[in-house]
Design a protein around this ligand. Structure first.
Ligand code: AMP
Ligand code: GLY
Length: 423
């Protein structure tokens, strides 16, 4: 098979690493990829949102499957264009990707299909939004409607702060993402990410993980795209997963099909384990980053038949995926200044050494200079991942590798997996 993988982050490096292990793959082309993926496939310099370029590339290489990493490519309709050409695509159409790209769409979808989530309202005017705020207890959850790279959400402790956050969104602090504001009831519980592959008609659970959204140790500091992850997450008891499957994942796949926008690809359900059972925080239309990295480390099965079945139908004809019994941990190394203003260009040394069995270092925001030097070129820069027999063992291996990477321009959290330790 010829596979085109779209994206350039740690998630895509982990996907490329796993896809490359498949005996079914003859050619792997990655657009645009990053320096860590040089040895895994042919890198081609197309942006993830350059739909014309990517579609032409898929034709040129006679792709049997296109795997879409980032939501930005889905939002601009890469799956729609490939469908028109009959090229299988792992990732939903732009309409179906609204489960991620529009919070208002998703909340309304959840009410139509009785999917448990926080009570909410969608508003275009501050006065109406505040009238709804006054029916809730603090803290107040205020979100921009569209994609805002994880930065559109504010949790306000008091009314006055809530009003300022609402006004900022309606005045366009997040560009188009802010033309509507979504206000939600605050849900109390532990958060975790559940993944399901979907083929338009049915869903197959595909692992779970827990992310760390805040920048600093102790869950302090600003929200980020994710500073680390581990899998499995002990919060996912069989009971919680069963309830999430029957009350959230399955109704979503059925509802999307019934509404004429069958969902294909991976459905990422961000869940809150509340005392009333699992409730949906958000959907994403792609794998989590860095959750994908720990899933790929734990996945024993060949991933390619799963990606293909989700893209073309037939998830009922392949068996459940097989996972390693080990625990996987991923520590994100970010450039100083992340998330607000990461400082680019610092030199990174020591990434190419051997870290031993069960350790993998995935690149995210790195660049390679002409002389071969590796430098930081983004916010989240490296993902140091390890498998261990226990969470403690996996953490020790990951942090041991982190300590051997020489990068004064970076920082990381030192408490990844704390919720699982000793549980
Ligand atoms: P989102 O972008 O919707 O995932 O929101 C970002 C983060 O804000 C989530 O990961 C949660 O930690 C938090 N959050 C969002 N909505 C709620 C809610 N209704 N109740 C409690 N926390 C929330
Ligand atoms: N790690 C959170 C996300 O991928 O959205």
């Amino acid at each position: 098979m010829n596979i085109l993988l779209i994206g350039s982050g740690g998630r895509e490096h982990a996907l490329a690493w796993k896809i490359k292990q498949s005996s079914l793959v003859r050619r792997l082309v990655i657009a645009p990829g990053n320096p860590g993926m040089e040895a895994l496939g042919e890198l081609r310099a197309y942006k993830a949102t350059d739909v014309d370029g990517l579609v032409a590339l898929a034709r040129e290489i006679r792709a049997d499957l296109v795997v879409v990493g980032p939501e930005a490519a889905l939002e601009v309709g890469i799956a729609d264009r490939l469908a028109a050409l009959g090229i299988p695509c792992f990732g939903p159409t732009a309409k179906a990707a609204r489960l991620e790209t529009s919070k208002a769409f998703t909340k309304e979808f959840c009410s139509r299909w009785d999917i448990p989530t926080a009570a909410y309202g969608v508003f275009e005017r501050t006065a109406e939004a505040m009238a709804f705020v006054d029916t809730l207890k603090p803290p107040y959850v205020i979100k921009a409607d569209g994609l805002a790279a994880g930065k559109g959400v504010a949790i306000s402790e008091d009314r006055r702060d809530a009003e300022a956050e609402i006004e900022a969104r309606l005045r366009g602090r997040y560009g188009d993402a802010g033309s509507k504001v979504v206000i939600e009831e605050f849900m109390v519980g532990e958060e975790a990410s559940l993944f399901a592959l979907c083929d338009g008609e049915r869903a197959m659970l595909f692992g779970g993980a827990q992310d760390h959204k805040r920048a600093f140790d102790g869950d302090l500091g600003p929200n980020t795209g994710g500073m680390g992850a581990y899998s499995p997450a002990p919060v996912f008891t069989a009971e919680l997963v069963g309830a999430a499957q029957s009350r959230i994942v399955e109704p979503t796949v059925r509802g999307m099909a019934a509404e004429g926008m069958p969902y294909r690809g991976v459905l990422y359900a961000g869940l809150m384990a509340t005392d009333q059972g699992p409730k949906l925080v958000e959907f994403n239309a792609r794998f989590g980053d860095p959750e994908c990295q720990v899933l790929m480390l734990r996945l024993r099965s060949d991933i390619v038949p799963y990606l293909m079945a989700a893209a073309t139908g037939g998830l009922d004809r392949i068996g459940e995926p097989v996972w390693r019994s080990e625990v996987a941990v991923c520590v994100v190394l970010a450039a100083r200044g992340y998330p607000d203003s990461p400082i680019p260009g610092s030199v990174i040394r020591g990434v190419n050494q051997s870290f031993g069995a069960g350790v993998a270092v995935f690149h995210a925001g790195t660049a390679r200079k002409a002389d071969g030097t590796l430098t930081a070129s983004g916010g989240r820069v490296l993902n140091v991942c390890a498998l261990g027999t226990t969470i403690e063992d996996a953490r020790a291996k990951a942090y041991d590798a982190v300590a051997r990477i020489d990068w004064p321009g970076g920082f990381h959290r030192s408490d990844i997996g704390w919720r699982a330790v000793g549980r």
